[in-house]
Ligand binder design. Structure first.
Ligand SMILES: O=C(O)[C@H](CS(=O)(=O)O)OP(=O)(O)O
Length: 266
């Protein structure tokens, strides 16, 4: 969530709401849609993930220009964790890092959602990313339908990932937000699990919750406040998420007390 606003702050009563991060999952926007997204909502995005293994499917020039544009907006841009998992599976991790840097990504996601990755492999991948000056985001959780989060192992993983140099740990909810991690088949949160997770974690500043569905975004904002880090947000939902953060939508209207709404648009 940006500290900037498209409105002139000197002439309005808008207050910005701080530093909660927003990560978009891009499943293959063309250059025009991508430019539109950044022109319209770039102020409210911090990180763009080219979901799963979509990155190598683009024509090179389009991939490069999307990455360059995202960086001009000051964003972290990274391929999906599944792409790195593919490289691990195919035993071509050095080539992965090489291509990621050559093509211009400034971040990576280290995950084990589909394959098994040992602790030492995970640490090595994080350290390699850091060494290459990439922002390293890790992911906790399996993609298998019905797999729940174990609060103890999450807390241990978060500690180790951060101490190896990761910046953030995302909590798996997939692109669907259903039947995985904290969420059931309808996308509703198992509040018992969320409670034990937050109790174990304590400080959630380095956690990014994958919350592709509105009901999940609302729950996290109500639980952690406007500045909670939220990921896997569909490109079309960036402004609506920002309204939730700022109390400009019925679901989180009470937050409007903290964030003065505006009356002067220009
Ligand atoms: O885990 C994710 O956030 C994504 C999306 S999905 O699980 O494949 O639906 O995968 P990723 O490989 O990190 O882009």
């Amino acid at each position: 969530m940006s500290d900037r606003s498209c409105l002139d702050l000197r002439e309005t009563q808008i207050q910005t709401t701080g530093s909660g991060l927003t990560m978009v999952i891009d499943k293959g926007l063309g250059c025009h849609s991508f430019t539109d997204l950044l022109e319209t909502a770039g102020d409210y995005i911090d990180c763009i993930k080219f979901g799963f293994g979509t990155a190598p499917l683009y024509p090179n020039d389009i991939l490069i220009s999307k990455i360059e544009l995202a960086k001009r907006y000051g964003l972290t841009v990274m391929p999906g964790g599944t792409f790195l998992e593919t490289a691990i599976q195919q035993n071509v991790v050095p080539a992965f890092f090489n291509s990621v840097c050559r093509i211009g990504f400034n971040g990576i996601e280290v995950s084990d959602g589909t394959i098994e990755v040992t602790r030492s492999q995970r640490s090595e991948l994080i350290r390699e990313g850091v060494k290459l000056r990439l922002r390293v985001v890790t992911e906790y959780g399996k993609k298998l339908s019905g797999s729940l989060i174990d609060a103890n192992s999450l807390a241990v993983t978060v500690d180790e990932d951060l101490s190896e140099g990761a910046d953030l740990v995302t909590i798996e909810a997939r692109e669907s937000g259903k039947g995985v991690g904290l969420f059931d088949e309808r996308g509703d949160c198992s509040e018992g699990v969320l409670e034990s997770v937050t109790r174990m974690l304590g400080d959630c500043r380095h956690i990014m919750w994958e919350t592709p569905l509105k009901q999940q975004q609302v729950l996290m904002i109500q639980t952690f406040g406007s500045n909670v880090n939220l990921g896997n947000i569909p490109p079309s939902d960036i402004l609506s998420l920002e309204t939730l953060r700022r109390g400009l939508r019925s679901d989180t209207f009470h937050l409007g007390d903290q964030v003065t709404p505006f009356f002067y648009m220009i």
